[in-house]
Structure formats: C-alpha cells, structure tokens
Design a protein around this ligand. Structure first.
Ligand code: ATP
Ligand code: FE
Length: 336
C-alpha cells in the first residue's frame, strides 16, 4: 500500500510517501519568511504553502521513486492548525484524490504526532504497545494523552495558557536570542548551572500545565537584574538558560509522575519539537532507571511537523477503510 501524506497545518509544507509502515520519502519545506517577525504570520504562511505544495509533493514522489498513479490513497491534515494553511493542503489533497480517483483520508494532526511512533525504521524498531501515554510538546501544544488504540485517544491534560515551546521562544526573545529559541536555550543550558537562579513551579490542577507564570517570572527577573547591571544577560546567559530549563524539567516530570500514578501506565511516548530537548530526554532516561518507565522518542524528523506521521495515520485508516467524502472541510480547532 502506497500512501501520500500531506501536512500544511502551520508553517511547514510537507509531503511523504509511505509503503505500509515504512517511509519512502519525507520532504519538508520550512518557511523562512516568519523569522523576521519572531513568530508565524498566518497570511504569509498560507501564501507560502501555495507556492511550495506542488514542488514538495513532486519531490516526495520522486524521492520515493514511484509514480502518482501507483498511490493507493492520499492522507492530509484536516486540523488543528491555522485555517489559511490547512485550506491549502486540504484543497490540494481533495483535488488530487479526485483526479487520480483514489480514496481520500483526513487526519487529525495531534493524533498523527502520536502515531509517528509506529513508523518502522527497520525490523528492530521498538514501538509502544497499547495503552501508552503520549506526551506532545511543541510550539503550539503541551498535551498528555492516553492512547488506548490507534484512534482511541483521550486528552488527560494540557496547557491552560502558553505551550511549552512558546515558553522557550518567548523567554528566548527576552534573552535576545533568535526565534525559535528552544534549541539555543538548550545548548546554553548544558553549559550553565541549573541551580544559579530559582524560578517558581506553578501549582496547576490535575494533569494540566501552565507556562505563562514562568514567562512573567523571567520577565520581572530580567528587568530587576538588568536595572542594576545592564550586561546581566550576556554575563549570565548560560546560568539563566540552565535554571530556566531546570524549572521546565521539574514541571514536566512532576506531571508525568502524576499521570503514571493515575493511569498505572508506564510507557511514555514523546513527540513535538521540544522532545529534542536534551534535559527532558535525560530526565526521561533517569525515569526509566528509577521508576521502571519505558520511554519512546522517535527520530527528530518524525517529531517536528512532518508528513510521514500523516502518512502512517492514513495507513491505519486505510486498513480500516476509513475514507473521507470529497465534501470534507478543514477544521482549525479539530479536537483529538
Ligand atoms: P505544533 O506542532 O503544535 O503545531 P510547532 O509547529 O510550532 O507547533 P514544532 O515544529 O513541533 O512545533 O516545534 C517547534 C518548537 O520546538 C519551537 O517552540 C522550538 O523552540 C522548540 N524546540 C526545538 N528544539 C528544542 C530544544 N532542543 N529544546 C527546547 N525546545 C526546542
Ligand atoms: Fe505539530
């Protein structure tokens, strides 16, 4: 079975071809126009998708070395995401499926992030078994999800305000780092003292998160310190990053512990751009030793926004013959 996956929910235009659970090609065109604005500009994203979508799909088919007539179905991201961006992928997928007279499959982007764990790299790839806890941490999301089957998922907790990656990016801006700042903060954090400064751990109900308090704490902290010493940030960048990251890890581990206790599920599968974070990865490795958890971290290209995850989700729907009518519309607030 050959599935073409199309992803256009935010600022990456992506296409991938899968043969069953294996990825034959995975192409992403990352939009650079947003960097100068320090965040994604929806209208510009939508226009860039229109320019990118044909070449990206063409490249995905070429890299996979198959002709479009060989495709079994087309899977696309229906939502959640930016409406203008989703419309491009949705419309394109609908027309292409109609032109080729093959099934169309709609995919929920957040489910796809979790199903990315089932992509087969080789015969020895370890995949989670049901049920497991999905932990999606990205620029737009912070979610703990109980995954009982491929499409049986329940959100147990999520952020009430900023996403975890947003906290990284906004604090990075205060530290005069470029957007997105997550990877850079992570790099400096590894060279600093995590106990140099203290930031508050928020008290948030149940399995939910909140990162806006940490952001405000950082703002006031920097305002106070730079008043006395205008060079405070440059002189203490590594320690500030290390202390910030230490706080984030404390928040994350505290909630995951609570989720494990509540569900008795000890398998944790992380995804999203922030899952690249070295501190979080190390903390999870420790947890495997200390508490007998089992943690799954997919290859980086399958954890940030990509179309391979849309392809694998599409493949499982294809097996269930769960196809979509051509009258389907994008859904910017599509819930899991
Ligand atoms: P969503 O997938 O929810 O629509 P998105 O497309 O913004 O959101 P991703 O592309 O998955 O999210 O991730 C981008 C985020 O990951 C950015 O906020 C970035 O700062 C963060 N990030 C990347 N690398 C790291 C790292 N090593 N440590 C912390 N954060 C990181
Ligand atoms: Fe995403």
């Amino acid at each position: 079975t050959y599935i073409l996956g199309i992803e256009s929910s935010c600022d990456d235009t992506a296409a991938a071809v899968l043969c069953n659970e294996q990825v034959l090609s995975n192409v992403v065109a990352t939009q650079k126009v947003h960097e100068q604005y320090g965040g994604v500009v929806p209208e510009l994203a939508s226009r860039a998708h229109q320019q990118n979508i044909v070449p990206v799909i063409h490249q995905a088919l070429k890299n996979a070395n198959i002709k479009k007539e060989q495709l079994s179905a087309i899977a696309f991201t229906r939502g959640p995401g930016l409406m203008g961006s989703l419309l491009v992928g949705t419309s394109f997928a609908k027309s292409m499926a109609m032109a080729l007279n093959i099934p169309l499959i709609e995919v929920n982007h957040m489910q796809a992030h979790l199903l990315a764990h089932f992509i087969k790299e080789n015969t020895t790839t370890a995949v989670p078994s049901f049920p497991f806890l999905g932990f999606t941490i990205s620029g737009g999301h912070t979610q703990i999800v109980k995954v009982s089957d491929y499409f049986t998922m329940e959100v147990l907790g999520e952020t009430l305000d900023d996403a975890i990656g947003e906290a990284y990016d906004k604090c990075g801006k205060m530290l005069n780092l470029n957007y997105p700042a997550g990877a850079e903060i992570d790099k400096y954090a590894q060279m600093g003292n995590p106990h140099a400064f203290k930031f508050p751990i928020p008290n948030v109900k149940e399995l939910n998160f909140s990162f806006s308090g940490l952001k405000t704490a950082m703002l006031y902290f920097l305002q106070r310190e730079t008043k006395n010493n205008p060079d405070f940030i440059q002189e203490n960048l590594m320690d500030i990053c290390a202390s910030f990251q230490h706080t984030i890890i404390e928040i994350v581990i505290k909630k995951l512990k609570k989720a494990v206790k509540q569900t008795h599920v000890k398998q944790i599968a992380i995804g999203g751009g922030v899952s690249a974070n070295s501190g979080i990865r190390n903390a999870l490795k420790d947890a495997e030793q200390k508490w007998d958890w089992k943690c799954f971290i997919p290859k980086f290209e399958y954890t940030t926004d990509n179309a391979a995850m849309i392809g694998i989700a599409g493949y499982y729907k294809f097996l269930q013959k769960d196809f979509t009518q051509n009258t389907i519309t994008a859904n910017a607030r599509y819930a899991i």
